[in-house]
Design a protein around this ligand. Structure first.
Ligand SMILES: NC(=O)c1ccc[n+]([C@@H]2O[C@H](COP(=O)([O-])OP(=O)(O)OC[C@H]3O[C@@H](n4cnc5c(N)ncnc54)[C@H](O)[C@@H]3O)[C@@H](O)[C@H]2O)c1
Length: 344
């Protein structure tokens, strides 16, 4: 079987990392890019090291019958429209987060992909990081017993030093602290707790630092979650901090606890008075060149080739994370708890 051919739309920071990553993915090749301005293919080859057809019109790239997968790396407000158009054109869709900026648009993407019978994957690539593969395996092997509490928090200052700052500060650009970046923490918590969310209460605020003043929405939020199984959890999304990147994980269960790369497990007989170390590489960078895209993209390509849903970061699973995020943002806005049954 020949390689699947990928067309990328949006040629910014994330797209550069996607193109580089696909060089290390078996069974697929990036063959085209679509940008707002027409690039010279010779310049593109020099820049990215691979031959690329250049489009400046998305519909024309969609009409290219040699393209099997459309990889959406444009800014958030274009995701839903472009994903639906790609599905209608019969292309499988790999989508940078967020799926969309509204719950209705996110559902419309799901419906369009379902109708077109194409596969969808969303870049919640941290599920494929060595840290979260390890953490998930600790939970699944029962080393913490039954989890009753979990918190995953995202601390990463997204200031003017970021290329996306100019659009991310806008309400119709970044959307909210969670949609902009904290979604990775929400997604990780939902994967680890493995239970449906029943209700969320969220509060939002913002830093007084002038650095983050251009944001049109509150840049820090904290969300308390109640799961259907009775467990509770918390997700902080702090994109207005001045500190090193920190992705915090704390899980508490009937047989022990896990804190980032440390564990106490009664099942393992470790000493409860001190942590035991788990050797893993912690998620510690917001730089796309450090993101664990490769195993995720490989899983997506393998799934498309096998004609089945990808593991961990398929569209439906990512949609559930978005459902909780939209409910949390509604809670913060209204100042009251929100039941997830309102988001169907
Ligand atoms: N998964 C992750 O961890 C991660 C990390 C970084 C960015 N992202 C996501 O990737 C997406 C892009 O972010 P970025 O940081 O690369 O932003 P960026 O601003 O660097 O890139 C976006 C690109 O899209 C182009 N664009 C705008 N309108 C277009 C149109 N109509 N047609 C084609 N191209 C258009 C812009 O010119 C720009 O080159 C965002 O959704 C962001 O949330 C995800």
């Amino acid at each position: 079987m020949s390689d699947l051919r990928i067309g990328i739309v949006g040629l910014g920071w994330a797209a550069g990392a996607h193109i580089e990553t696909f060089k290390h993915v078996q069974g697929a090749t990036v063959t085209a890019v679509c940008s707002r301005r027409r690039h010279d293919p010779a310049d593109l080859e020099k820049r990215f090291g691979v031959p690329l057809a250049a489009y400046d019109d998305f519909d024309r790239m969609l009409a290219d019958e040699t393209i099997d997968i459309v990889d959406i790396c444009s800014p958030p407000w274009l995701h839903a429209r472009q994903a639906m158009a790609a599905a209608r054109a019969g292309k499988h869709v790999l989508l940078e987060k967020p799926i969309a900026l509204t719950w209705d648009d996110a559902k419309a993407v799901r419906d369009a992909l379902k109708k077109a019978k194409v596969q969808g994957g969303v870049c919640f690539e941290l599920r494929y990081s060595s840290q979260f593969q390890m953490t998930r395996s600790v939970v699944q092997q029962g080393l913490l017993g039954h989890l009753h509490y979990g918190e995953v928090d995202y601390y990463h200052g997204i200031g003017p030093w970021y290329g996306q700052f100019s659009w991310n500060v806008k309400k119709d650009g970044g959307g909210s602290s969670l949609l902009s970046a904290g979604c990775h923490a929400m997604d990780a918590l939902l994967m680890l707790m493995d239970s449906e969310v029943e209700e969320v209460t969220s509060y939002a605020t913002r830093s007084k630092s002038p650095t983050f003043a251009p944001y049109e929405y509150p840049t820090t939020s904290t969300t308390i979650l109640r799961f259907k199984g009775g467990q509770v959890g918390k997700v902080a999304s702090v994109i207005d901090c001045l500190q090193p990147y920190y992705f915090h994980t704390h899980l508490v269960g009937s047989e022990g606890s896990l804190l980032d790369d440390k564990i106490h497990s009664a099942k393992l007989g470790t000493d409860k008075s001190r942590w035991s170390s788990l050797a893993t590489h912690l998620v510690d960078s917001g730089d796309v060149k450090d993101h664990p895209y490769q195993p995720q993209f490989q899983a997506f390509v393998d799934s498309v080739r096998a004609g089945k849903k990808m593991p961990l970061t398929d569209l439906e699973t990512a949609l559930e994370t978005h459902r909780v995020i939209f409910a949390a943002d509604r809670s913060a806005q209204k100042g009251e708890p929100v039941r997830l049954s309102k988001f169907r």
